[in-house]
Design a protein around this ligand. Structure first.
Ligand SMILES: C[S@@+](CC[C@H](N)C(=O)[O-])C[C@H]1O[C@@H](n2cnc3c(N)ncnc32)[C@H](O)[C@@H]1O
Length: 284
């Protein structure tokens, strides 16, 4: 093995060891939810989050498939992607191969109309009043970059609890406070933040990837802040997998370097107040 590879291997092994202790420092919860993260070699860096979110969701789907089989339940595992809109996380081919039935939800009829044919479609507000017929209909609920846009996140999690079958799991991948770019985004008027973002992320426009207003309600990377909210709703277990670093300052020299050094320090010291993203997970 070349020297650079040995260094990379050591860095990865050390980052995984650090990741394991980060997940274990969860204030007594998370034991039933930690397995897929450890199996996939969780590292508390945003690159790991983007690369592995789908694998984490599929791992929970597989866990659910095995639990259903053990209980003698037939039929596919029923998944609901909240705010899946035009860009569902799991393709139809992946769903078919894994024995999953995927329903795509969105609050916006226009976004839902852009979802490919072949999925179930469900137009509703995850934080609104639910159709009683939908309660208990899903084994796994997941979302990516949606909960920061929801004004009443405890209501959204309570609705996930209602929509889940007993033992079902809900996951949300979301940005977190108090990461500097998201604090700035929350403080600035929407029209100004959209204009500032455009030069750095030219894809963020109506045609490809629109920018939706963000509230960051209950979007934290710290189970100490959100654990009680999950407990009040009635979830039996909960876990927050925190991540640090982000790419928002990458085109701004000096700020980019200062921020990268701060992010690295925050990750090493496990400063949860400065996480940038999190996977929040709860089991009914
Ligand atoms: C930033 S986009 C993310 C889309 C996709 N999940 C992805 O990762 O590319 C946010 C999506 O969430 C939807 N959304 C926002 N608030 C919602 C709510 N309360 N209930 C359901 N969907 C919502 C938006 O319409 C939009 O499609």
């Amino acid at each position: 093995m070349a020297n650079a590879e040995i260094g990379l291997h050591r860095e990865t092994a050390a980052a995984r060891r650090a990741g394991r202790s980060t997940l274990r420092a969860q204030g007594g919860g998370g034991a039933s939810l930690v397995g897929p993260f450890l199996d996939l070699g969780y590292v508390a860096h945003e690159d790991w989050a983007w690369k592995n979110y789908k694998s984490v969701v599929l791992a929970f789907a597989e866990q659910t498939r095995r639990e259903r089989a053990a209980r003698g339940l037939a039929g596919p595992v029923r998944l609901l992607e909240v705010g899946g809109g035009r860009d569902p996380l799991i393709s139809l081919a992946e769903a078919e191969e894994a024995g999953l039935h995927v329903t795509i939800n969105d609050i916006d009829a226009g976004e839902l109309a852009l979802a490919p044919e072949g999925y179930g479609h469900a137009l509703f507000d995850i934080a609104g009043e639910l159709d009683p017929a939908a309660q208990g209909c899903f084994d796994l609920i997941y979302s990516r970059m949606v909960f920061e846009h929801v004004a009443n996140v405890p209501k959204a999690w309570a609705n996930c609890h209602l929509l889940l079958n007993r033992g079902g799991v809900a996951l949300a991948f979301h940005p977190t406070l108090f990461a500097p770019p998201f604090v700035i985004n929350r403080l600035l008027p929407e029209s100004l933040s959209a204009r500032l973002l455009r030069p750095f992320f030219p894809d963020r426009h109506e045609g490809v990837q629109p920018k939706f207003p963000a509230h960051y309600d209950w979007c934290y990377g710290d189970i100490g802040k959100v654990g009680a909210m999950f407990d009040v709703i009635g979830f039996s277990d909960r876990l927050v997998a925190p991540f640090w670093t982000h790419g928002y300052f990458r085109a701004i020299p000096v700020l980019r370097e200062i921020d990268a050094a701060f992010q690295s320090l925050a990750r090493r010291r496990d400063w949860r107040a400065f996480t940038t993203y999190a996977f929040s997970v709860a089991r009914k």
